[in-house]
Design a protein around this ligand. Structure first.
Ligand code: NAP
Length: 320
């Protein structure tokens, strides 16, 4: 039987509807949450991402600002811009679109962001809060994965969860969130022995490796829930044919377009998993959604108000 599709677009729409209510309540208190995005240089992919984030702000009625310094900007100039945004009271969230040019010290810039405005959840202070289960701003992609599980009634408590990847922005925070939700978590990486064996034990698999179709369908325990974070662009015809051998309609689309987006999990897993996020349309829409949620949450928390935004309770080990 084909896996249940865990539709990120449907959940995005649900959360946007909830956020609209929260934003209207804040408006009643004279507060309009605002996001400042910093887009350095002219990387087309980054331009597209920032454009979608600003469009989401506009859709929800949040204030937004876009700063577009040239690719030649220095670390000191970036630090000054971040300080200005830290001091601007209209700005609740600061988003530094990555990657930054090589001459800019990315870590220093990210650490200069006021943790209270760190809507990407990348600041060490927010990561520390997540480790210790205290309220803070949580990285958007893992927070979005948790919303997908929660809103589809997939229980984390007692589940064996396997996270593939240990990056600071996805794998590590994901593992912490699952642990706080009382899953038993195994984190795998490029040095893990017997990856298929690890995956076979999992009730919940979160794949965040950046390897197109790497996780084979027969690694997935029948009925397991699979959250596929990977977003990989495939342009090679042979690779596309091997990935989509059982999906003629998608293969035809690839032939027309010359490229396709696939996750880290082989598309054939739709026949073994119990539930699966599609790529595209699964985790992707949730990342921007949680950025919006974090901006509203930051607007409340900065003013000492309790937050009721989606995902607000996750870092405080709500399930314990
Ligand atoms: P990353 O920083 O490159 O980390 C990749 C992780 O995967 C590393 O921990 C690496 O292990 C591990 N890995 C690589 N090859 C492996 C293998 N063969 N077996 C086991 N582990 C392996 O990537 P990331 O930023 O976390 O992103 C991961 C993927 O998610 C990418 O495709 C990215 O585009 C996607 N992504 C999507 C969204 C979204 O909104 N949908 C958001 C963020 C990221 P080591 O640590 O040992 O090197």
């Amino acid at each position: 039987m084909a896996a249940r599709v865990l539709d990120g677009i449907k959940i995005r729409d649900e959360i946007f509807a909830e956020l609209k209510g929260e934003i209207a309540r804040l408006a009643g208190e004279g507060i309009r949450p605002g996001l400042a995005a910093v887009l350095v240089g002219e990387n087309p992919a980054s331009q597209l991402y920032v454009k979608s984030k600003i469009a989401a702000c506009e859709r929800l009625g949040l204030a937004s600002w876009m700063h577009t310094p040239p690719a030649s900007i220095s670390t000191d100039q970036m630090l000054r811009l971040v300080q200005d945004l830290n001091h601007d009271n209209a700005v609740d969230g600061i988003l530094i679109q990555l990657p930054l040019p090589s001459q800019v010290d990315t870590k220093r810039v990210l650490e200069a962001v006021d943790p209270a405005k760190d809507v990407d959840g990348f600041h060490p202070a927010n990561l520390g809060r997540l480790v210790s289960g205290r309220p803070g701003l949580i990285a958007c992609t893992p927070a979005g994965c948790m919303e997908i599980l929660r809103r589809n009634g997939i229980a984390s408590e007692g589940a064996n969860a396997v996270v593939l990847g240990r990056s600071d922005i996805v794998g590590k925070p994901m593992a912490l969130l699952l642990m706080h939700a009382n899953a038993t978590v195994t984190v795998c990486h490029s040095k893990t022995r017997d990856l298929p064996g690890m995956v076979r034990r999992a009730d919940i698999v979160v794949a965040a490796m950046g390897k197109a179709g790497y996780v084979q369908a027969d690694w997935i325990r029948p009925g397991a829930a699979v959250i596929d974070v990977g977003t990989n662009k495939v342009t090679d015809a042979k690779e596309a044919e091997s990935l989509l051998r059982n999906f003629p309609a998608r293969l035809q689309k690839f032939r027309e377009k010359g490229s396709l987006l696939v996750g880290d999990v082989h598309p054939d897993a739709v026949n073994t998993a119990g539930a699966l996020t599609p790529v595209p349309g699964g985790v992707g829409p949730m990342t921007i959604t949680m950025l919006m949620s974090n901006t509203v949450k930051a607007a409340r928390l900065r003013r000492g108000k309790a937050s009721s935004t989606p995902g607000a309770a996750q870092s405080s080990a709500g399930a314990r």
